[in-house]
Design a protein around this ligand. Structure first.
Ligand code: URP
Ligand code: ZN
Ligand code: ZN
Length: 455
């Protein structure tokens, strides 16, 4: 491997901002300081640039088999796209099939990722069928696979959804091994009723996706999930929270001194439901669950970040190409749910968040990297710039302007959710465990470079 010296950067962590140099030996940061006079195999001058910890996206779905098709990014293409955008680690979901075991899902996900991922990766375990057999697997999932976060879906009945009793039992079992339950909060029964009614009435266009998944469906499930966690004093994490009503449930939970970790996604901070009303089938590009919301919700989410009610900003990266979206051409309920996003999370959060004074630089680092590392047991190996940490770094030019387009992105998806967006700030160089992964818009690492992170 060797040594690498990054000089003259503005180093930013979740708590600090200082001018300095970073000396890396092999995979780790060895020395931090001002004007380091050390010999290195390679030196990078980061003058005029920020140096951030590599991004951590705690919510992705590479190759997810879902709604009759599979997400179009593999672990190879998806993690590589992440590296182009400064994300060096993902936490993906190994999802149990109902009627099958957790270990079968883990075997499948390890096979998909191992030897393919370019960036580092960990897994959450999604439990869709909690029974005596599943219960007996939790120890092994925790101790052998190093997985501490267990996801439940409160929607997608018949495929992924579990009931409250299963959630409670899972909370009880995983706590024994230092684990935490994390949840997709939407009331599946309420949604299914609305979907059935609209399909019967012949309301089949993409916009009926948002009309059948109202904020109350999310808020009710968010409140119920946090109540279940409160009942047994379990720590919990709400994935992809989208709206003011749900945030209000979180606020209520914190008022009784409950600890709830909360994630939103970049699309819920930047896009809104008007996109579903575009001409023809265009709106299908943003069909995801929960759906995009209103402007007032976006405002509430930015405020929630600054009030420390929302801790992480993920992507829920789950891309489908247009020919896959067309499975729902004549019926919105058959449009595969999900959208691409991993490549531009960091740049969008900088451009729309820091540049527009919605969040500070330190908060930017916290929500895109540090908080996820802390919540999911990767800190301080990942998520910060410190002596002894993995040298996962992004050299970021805050002045460079560029335009997002499917023509130039690296995600395996034939459209961008942000087509034509002008962005200020660019990831120039991405370093993963001391190796330059991306430089001058070129990848210097390939398939299999990514390591599995046991937590
Ligand atoms: O629409 C989405 N979010 N697709 C991926 C699965 C999920 O619900 O997270
Ligand atoms: Zn979800
Ligand atoms: Zn998801």
């Amino acid at each position: 491997m060797g040594s690498l010296l990054i000089k003259n950067g503005k180093i930013v962590t979740a708590t600090d901002l200082f001018d300095g140099d970073i000396y890396i030996v092999d995979e780790k940061i060895q020395t931090l300081g001002a004007r380091l006079d050390l010999k290195a195999d390679k030196t990078i001058d980061a003058k005029g640039c920020f140096v951030f910890p590599g991004g951590i996206d705690p919510h992705t779905h590479m190759e997810l088999p879902f709604m009759g098709t599979s997400a179009s990014d593999t672990f190879e293409s998806g993690t590589l796209a992440g590296l182009y955008g400064g994300t060096t680690t993902i936490i993906d979901f190994a999802i149990q099939s109902q009627g099958k075991s957790l270990s079968e899902a883990l075997t499948q996900w390890h096979e998909m990722a191992k030897g393919n991922a370019v960036g580092d990766y960990a897994f959450h375990m999604a439990v869709t069928d909690f029974n005596e057999k599943t219960k007996n697997e939790i120890k092994d999932v925790s101790e052998r696979h190093g997985i501490k976060s267990y996801k439940v879906f409160m929607a997608y009945k018949g495929a992924l959804m579990v009931d409250d009793r299963q959630i409670l039992q899972l909370m009880e079992e995983t706590k024994k091994f230092g684990g935490m339950v994390i949840a997709h909060c939407e009331n599946g029964d309420l949604i299914d009723g609305l979907v059935a009614k609209n399909r019967t009435a012949g309301n089949l266009a993409p916009r009926y996706h948002v009309l059948t998944r109202p904020p109350i469906a999310e808020a009710e499930a968010t409140g119920r999930f946090t109540d279940l966690a409160y009942s047994g004093e379990y720590e919990s994490y709400v994935v992809h929270l989208t709206c003011e009503e749900s945030l209000q449930r979180i606020r209520l939970a914190t008022q009784r001194n409950q600890k709830v970790n909360v994630e939103t996604c970049v699309q819920y901070l930047l896009l809104d439901e008007s996109l579903y009303y575009k001409e023809g089938f265009e709106g299908s590009k943003w069909v995801m669950s929960p759906p995009l919301r209103k402007e007032k919700d976006r405002e509430a989410l930015w405020k929630g970040i600054n009030q420390n009610l929302i801790h992480t900003v993920a992507t829920d990266h789950c891309p489908f190409c247009m020919n896959q979206k067309e499975m729902g051409k004549n019926d919105f309920s058959k449009i595969p749910n999900g959208a691409p996003g991993i490549e531009h999370r960091m740049e969008l959060m900088f451009s729309e968040g820091v540049e527009k004074n919605k969040i500070s630089l330190n908060k930017f680092v916290d929500v895109t990297s540090t908080a996820a590392a802390k919540i999911f047991g990767l800190f301080p190996r990942k998520g910060t710039i410190a002596v002894g940490s993995d040298a996962d770094l992004v050299i970021f030019d805050p002045k460079e302007e560029h335009t997002i387009s499917a023509k130039t992105h690296h995600m395996n998806c034939d459209y961008s959710a942000y087509e034509g967006w002008k962005v200020k700030g660019k990831c120039k160089t991405t370093i993963l465990r001391g190796t330059i992964a991306i430089e001058n818009r070129k990848a210097l690492v390939s398939k299999g470079f990514g390591k599995y992170l046991s937590r």
